[in-house]
Design a protein around this ligand. Structure first.
Ligand code: NI
Length: 165
């Protein structure tokens, strides 16, 4: 496994739609391992393939540090409710902004064995799924921020801190 370079906001690879994955390959399996390692090393809760320069519909999420999920070709089937809170991104380190997201999502994807699964998620996991699937469409959360981006250092007194994905 290897740590990959995380592309930063402004890099055009983050603005492009990603391609559907049709086949698991040894290279894609290594990519998934590297994405987990890169995400954990950066203390993030999610990472999408374009953030490491690969335009494929693959993302990894782990909001607790003990619940790793791989989503290949994820599709959000249903959303419900609303949550509003600070959101960050490993491609824009040290910054956060307030984003409204559904509080509940139902997602369908393939796992790393290319087997389909469905997952219902709430709160932070729902937020991370929305954030990462947006990356696969070339969208960054900054488009959705209400008000200004803030420095995480300025937020620390207000709350526990924010998660980056
Ligand atoms: Ni992100």
């Amino acid at each position: 496994m290897a740590i990959r370079t995380i592309r930063e906001y402004g890099d055009e690879v983050l603005e492009k739609p990603c391609k559907v994955v049709k086949l698991m390959t040894p290279g894609l399996s290594v990519l998934i391992d590297d994405m987990f390692e890169t995400m954990y090393e950066a203390n993030g809760v999610g990472l999408a393939a374009p953030q490491v320069g690969v335009l494929k519909r693959v993302c990894v999420i782990d909001v607790t540090g003990e619940d790793p999920y791989v989503f290949i070709n994820p599709e959000i089937l249903e959303t419900d409710g609303e949550q509003e809170g600070y959101e960050g991104c490993l491609s824009l380190p040290g910054k956060s902004g307030i984003v409204k997201r559904p509080n509940h999502v139902k997602v369908r994807a393939l796992d790393r064995r290319m087997q389909p699964f469905e997952l219902e998620a709430d709160e932070l996991l729902a937020r991370a799924i929305c954030h990462e699937t947006d990356h696969l469409d070339g969208k960054m959360y900054v488009e959705l921020v209400e008000g200004e981006l803030v420095n995480n250092e300025d937020l620390e007194k207000e709350q526990e801190g924010t998660e980056e994905s």
